[in-house]
Design a protein around this ligand. Sequence first.
Ligand code: SF4
Ligand code: SF4
Length: 624
Amino acid sequence: MVIPLTIQFLPAKTKTHTISLEAKKYGYSPSRIIVNQGDIILFKPGSLDATHGFLLDGHPLEFIMRKGATFLKYTWEDDDGSLQSDWDRVPDVEFTADKAGKFTFRCTQTCGNLHPFMTGELIVRPNNSYYLFISLSIWLVFGLLLYMQSDTGAGFSGFNRINLLEKLPWLAKIFKLRSFQFLVILPNFIIFYLFIISSLRGSPVGNRNITIIFVWILWWFVLKAIIVPIGGRIWCMVCPLPAPAEWLSRRSLTGVRYVEKKFKALHHRFTGLQKDWPKITDNIWLQNILFLSLISFGIILITRPIATAFMFLGILAVSLVMALVYRRRIFCQYLCPVGGFLGTYSMASMTELRAVDLDICKKHREKSCFSGGPDGWACPWKQYLGTMNRNNYCGLCTECIKSCPKDNVAIFIRPFGSDHLLKGYDEMFNVIIMLVVAIAFSITMGGPWAVIKDAANVTESREIVPFFIYLASLWGSALLLFPGIFALVARLANRMAGNRVSNRTMTLRLAYIMVPVGIFAWIAFSLPMLMVNYSYILNVLSDPLGLGWNLFGTAHYPYKPFLPDWIPLIQGLILLAGLYFGISRGYLAIKDIVSNSISRTKAMIFPSIFALLIINILLKLYMG
Ligand code: SF4
Ligand code: SF4
C-alpha cells in the first residue's frame, strides 16, 4: 500500500500525449487512457462505424465522432447571461488533464443496443482517492477485528425490534382488509401489461423504450437499493407476475374460499391438480440455475425490449401452469429467478413479519396461518409462524395477519442484517452467484472493455467462441472458483476457532458475510446506472413507445449524467459500508457457535480478508 502511494506522489514531468481515439460499437480504443495531472492530450478521434459521442465526466469536454469528421461542442454566454452551445468541425481535440482521479467518458449518441454501456476511462494520476479507499478498507478490517477481540458480548447488536403494527394500528387495519393485496397489485398489473405492449410494439432500441428504462434502470435500482434492504420481499407483495395464476388457482380476486373439512392439511380447495411440490426439489437449486441461465443472456435481456417481453410472457405462462398443477405459490418459491435473491437478500432487510408470541402459536391447535382460516388463505409460501425465524420464504402477502384468530402476527422494524442463518448449500450458492454476477455486470456493463461486451452480446456480435468463453468464466466463477475459495476460507476459519463445529456449519454461517457485501455491491453497481441514464427516464416518459410523442415536454431532455465525477467516490463509500456490514454481521452469525471472543475474532480473520478482497476487486473496477 505504501509503495503505490509513494509512487503516486512522485513529481512527474508534464507531457503531451497524441492519442488516436477510435470509436466502434460499443467501446473506444484505447479503452483506458492513463496520464499524469497536468498532461496534455491531443485526441485524434475517428469512428469506425456509426456516429458516436464522447462526453467526459466532470469536464466540459464533449465531441461527436463520425466517419472522417469530428465535431467539438463549444459554449458561450449570451448577452443576457444564458449559456449557448454549438458544434465546430475540428481535426483534433486538445485537452489538459488538470483534475486528478478516474473519469469515465461516455457515448452520447444512441448508436445501438448497448449504447448506454459504451464507455472508456481516463485515469489522471495521482489517483489519490482510489488509494485512499484501499487504505480505508484495510483499516476498516483492522478496526473491526480489534473491536471484536474486545467485545464483551453486545457488539454490533443494534436496537431492539419495533412492532410497527402496535405503533401504527391503522396499518394493521389496512393489512387486514381482504382487498389489500389485490389493490396494491392492481396498479402494477396494469403497468405490467402496458410494459409488455410497449416491449412488443415500441422502439426496439433499449434506451428509447419505456420498459427497458423503467424495468432495468429504475426498478432494478429501487429494488436493490431501497426495497430489499428496507422491506425485504415486499416486492413479492405487489408483484404482478404471479397474480393471474394465484387468482385463477383461488378462483377469487379478494375473498377467501374456506372449507370446514381440511383437504390435504388446508382449509381450501384450489383449481387444478392441487399437488404438493416434491420434497427433493424443496430448495432453491432450480432458482439458482435459472437465474444463472437468465443472467448469461443478461446484457441482451436488458437492452432488447423484445427479449424482456418474452421473459415476462414466459414467467406468466410458467406461473399459470404451475398454479394449475401445484398448490400455493410454487413458482415464486422455487422457480422465479428474481425470487431467489429476494429471499436470501431479504435476510438482511430491516423489516420482518413474525409471530408476536411463540407460546401462543404453540398452544394454538388450528395453526390458521399455515392451514388457512375463514378470514385468510393458508400461507401461500408454506410458512408456519410458530417456527418461521427468517425472511427467506415469507412473501409478505399479509394473509397470516388476516387469518390468525389470535392477532398474533406483526411486522417489525429491526437492525439491518438480523437473520444470520443460511440453512443449506443451495442458499450459500445463491449468495455467491449474486455476488459473482454483480462483479460480472460491473465488468461487462460498467467496464470499458468492448471485447467483453461483444462476447456477452452474442446475438449482435455473432461471436460464438468468445460467448462460450464468457459463459464458462461466469459459470465457472459462480459455481467453482468463488465457492472453492470460500470453502477454503471457511475451513481455515474453523481451524482458527479450534474446530468446535463441523466445517459445513462454519461455512454456512460465514457465508452470511456475502449477503450484505452482495447487497452493497449491487447498490454500487446500479446507482451509477441511474445517475448516468436518468435523462432517458424523462425521455421515455414523454415518448414511451419511441414513436416521436412528447407528452410531458421531456422527450428531448438532453443526455446529462447527474454528478458523474462523484460516482467513483459514492461507489467507494457504498462498498465500505458493505464491507462493514458484511464482516460485522458475519461475526454475529458465528456468535452462538464460537462463544469465546478471542476464538471468534481468530475465526473472522480469513473471512474478513476474503470480504476485503471482494471489495477491493470492486474498488479497482470502480475507482482504479
Ligand atoms: S394462526 Fe396465529 S397463533 Fe396460530 S400458529 Fe399461526 S400465527 Fe400462531
Ligand atoms: S408468512 Fe404470512 S405474510 Fe408471509 S407469505 Fe406466509 S401468509 Fe404471507
